[in-house]
Design a protein around this ligand. Structure first.
Ligand code: PMP
Length: 284
């Protein structure tokens, strides 16, 4: 495996950043997780745009132009011979001192890792996920915007620890108002009485690229969509529920906090949207 670090390729064992990099010391940096299908990155432009927004949000100047970044991503896929896989793109604040002073970090590092994908096991797509609600609250947008896909994922990791303790692989996170926000690494949707519903960005979520693609597909197929506050009650009483993410694509959810959602089996709308989403990835 060859890893791109700021213009050069390194073998995995040689791919290193400084322990003084503030990405390492403080989680000071931003990242993207992308998927390649048939050698092409799905919605690459959207990922690049979100990366630049995340960086702007933390006053980090990405050291290369967007076009150069796109070229480096495609080249990293080629160098590794990966046509279908996952790409992790990271921009760290760069090497500094042990203090917090970001302005002393003069050389932000760009890292690109392309790898085969470890998806959720196939049976979970067939049978659906069981999730639990975390007692860890999704970070409040007034503290740090969840729109910033930062290198500090401790909020999500604390929730994920709760998932594993409960025997689940994903976990529902509420916001500080007690509304549904998203899962630790996925957005959430429900389908109820003919309407596809997902929390709006005001709920304090990362606006997923997959979420956006699914909303577009749903609108195209004539489904009614609603982006508005959602509570756990809405999930308990939904006909169907599913999660979206670059790695997960669309994955059905059949239980929340041990309570069966809908029929307890992946729903027809979920299956249809997954099929349409997969067709969309072939087009890109
Ligand atoms: N929410 C969070 C917190 C995430 O980390 C992610 C990405 N793993 C998502 C939602 C889904 O975003 P995307 O569809 O862009 O992968």
């Amino acid at each position: 495996m060859k890893i791109y670090i700021s213009g050069e390729y390194f073998e995995k064992s040689e791919a290193k950043v400084s322990v003084f990099d503030h990405g390492f010391l403080y989680g000071d940096g931003v990242f993207e997780g992308m998927r390649a299908y048939g050698g092409k990155v799905f919605r690459l432009h959207d990922h690049i745009e979100r990366l630049w927004e995340s960086a702007k949000g933390i006053a980090l100047d990405i050291p290369i132009a967007a076009a150069e970044m796109e070229k480096a991503i495609n080249e990293t896929l080629d160098v590794n011979g990966i046509k279908d896989g996952y790409i992790r793109l990271i921009v760290t604040r760069g090497e500094g001192t042990l203090g917090l002073d970001h302005y002393l970090c003069r050389d932000p590092q760009v890292i690109i890792i392309a790898d085969k994908l470890a998806l959720y096991p196939h049976e979970l797509y067939e049978n659906g996920l069981e999730i639990v609600t975390a007692s860890t609250i999704r970070i409040n947008p007034s503290m740090l915007s969840p729109q910033v896909k930062s290198m500090n994922y401790l909020n999500n990791i604390l929730a994920k620890i709760e998932a594993y303790k409960a025997g689940c692989v994903e976990v529902l996170m509420l916001n500080s108002r007690g509304e549904v926000a998203e899962c630790s690494g996925d957005n959430i949707f429900i389908y109820k009485r003919g309407v596809l519903h997902t929390p709006s960005p005001e709920a304090g979520i990362l606006e997923g690229i997959t979420r956006r693609a699914v909303l577009e597909i749903a609108i195209k197929t004539g489904l009614k969509v609603k982006e508005s506050p959602m509570t756990r009650h809405d999930i308990f009483t939904a006909d169907e529920c599913f999660l979206t993410g670059s790695a997960a694509e669309l994955i059905p959810v059949v239980k929340l906090d041990s309570r069966i959602i809908g029929t307890g089996k992946p729903g027809e709308i979920t299956k249809k949207l997954l099929k349409l989403f997969q067709e969309e990835t072939k087009k890109s």
